[in-house]
Design a protein around this ligand. Structure first.
Ligand code: PMP
Length: 404
């Protein structure tokens, strides 16, 4: 990987904050965009903008064609069987809420159970809780150990004839654990239970093959994989998408509307009510192409090196607690500087130009597990370097001198 060439593709990395070069370590929250994505958004608005699936005019036809090409590109990226198994949504949150509502309406009833894990992002907790409240159903939780590994034995014990669906993160946004989703899905399917996999934190870091994984639903966000905000994906097996009802009504998702009755459009359109973020979808492809041009395996190796380097340097300081020590991790480290509040640390590091997330990272149950009210999260992307990690270590030493 030619890191200098890659960095040159991301204009924001040349910015300074407080007169210091920006060190961007908040990739778990959102990634920066390469010129290819920025130019795509600009070019489309300047030359091609028109609503899809609506008109017979040239621009509308052209936009529709590009949008459907984007769907095919996502299909290929995650190796879905059919392009109509790819639904464009507003993001991971939109996708999970859609499935929780729609699957829940049809299949979840009083006293039924839904299984999630202790390490989920709030986006994969709250929609299921809301469903449980609506239906008087129950949420069951797979615990993790102090290293950040799910207890698979315990997981299997949670399953029974009342379990309707399992929703699990592929990679934790706080512990970085890459979960054994294939094994989890195999166990679930032995009990005929479908599985939704939250891929928000895995898709940017490792190759994903939904057929090999055999998940029933897979969701992710464009903005975490160097693409635009407001666009995301809901992959669903054709069988499920044909069985569950649409989660929103409106234009484009219908076949025939009368005041007496409405019939719905075919897949995938029945799940894409209203004017979608078609420019987001079309320009997401530039991000996927960008990642593919570097190679997900190369990115994985680079990020793994960053993770190992940062872990060692943090451990060497002797006063850092790292949360999450799974053998398989994405390039993200949650930690605290012993006896120093994470907000104090975050504020000093910010003044040094280092952008990191402090707090609970929308995963409050993870903090509750460790009995802390938050921590600092450094999450690395394909453009980060070991020199930037050195700056973080210098920053932490400064924090320790100030507050220690
Ligand atoms: N799940 C996980 C694991 C995440 O990290 C995030 C984003 N932090 C989400 C879901 C929600 O993603 P979005 O805000 O893009 O909908």
């Amino acid at each position: 990987m030619d890191i200098n060439k890659i960095r040159a593709d991301f204009p924001i990395l040349k910015e300074e904050v407080y007169g210091k070069p920006l060190v961007y370590f908040d990739n778990g929250a959102t990634t920066q965009k390469p010129l290819q994505v920025i130019d795509c958004i600009n070019h489309f608005h300047r030359h091609k903008n028109s609503s899809i699936h609506r008109g017979v005019h040239f621009l509308s036809d052209q936009a529709t064609e590009e949008y459907e090409k984007a769907r095919e590109a996502v299909r290929s990226f995650i190796n879905a069987s059919y392009a109509h198994e790819v639904i464009f949504t507003s993001g991971t949150t939109g996708s999970i809420n859609g499935v929780a509502f729609s699957f829940g309406e049809k299949y979840v009833h009083e006293n039924d159970e839904i299984v999630i894990s202790e390490m989920e992002h709030h986006a994969n907790i709250v929609p299921w809780q809301m469903l449980c409240e609506r239906k008087n159903a129950r949420l069951k939780i797979i615990p993790f150990d102090d290293k950040g590994l799910l207890n698979i034995e315990q997981f299997e014990k949670l399953l029974n004839e009342k379990t309707r669906i399992i929703a699990i993160t592929h990679a934790s946004n706080t512990l970085a654990t890459i979960n054994p989703v294939k094994e989890i899905i195999k166990i679930a399917h032995r009990h005929n239970i479908p599985v939704l996999v939250d891929g928000a934190q895995s898709v940017p870091h490792l190759p994903v093959d939904v057929q090999d994984m055999d998940c029933d639903f897979f969701v992710f966000s464009g903005h975490k994989i160097y693409g635009p905000t407001g666009i995301g994906v809901l992959y669903g097996k054709e069988k499920w998408l044909n069985e569950i009802p649409p989660f929103q009504g409106g234009g484009d998702m219908v076949e025939k509307v009368t005041f007496e009755k409405t019939t719905y459009n075919q897949l995938p359109y029945r799940f894409e009510a209203g004017t979608t973020n078609y420019i987001g979808a079309i320009c997401l492809i530039k991000a996927l192409e960008y990642v593919q041009s570097i190679g997900l395996l190369e990115i994985q190796e680079h990020e793994h090196n960053l993770l190992s380097y940062a872990t060692k340097r943090l451990d060497d300081l002797g006063y850092i607690t790292i949360y999450g020590r799974a053998p398989q991790k994405t390039s993200l480290i949650s930690f605290n500087i012993n006896d120093i509040h994470h907000y104090d640390a975050g504020m000093v590091l910010d003044k040094m130009g280092i952008a990191m997330r402090t707090g609970t990272h929308c995963a409050q149950p993870v903090m509750q597990h460790y009995g802390i009210d938050g921590n600092i999260r450094a999450s690395f992307g394909l453009y980060n370097t070991t020199e930037e990690i050195d700056l973080l270590i210098e920053g932490i030493k400064k924090v320790k001198t100030m507050f220690g």
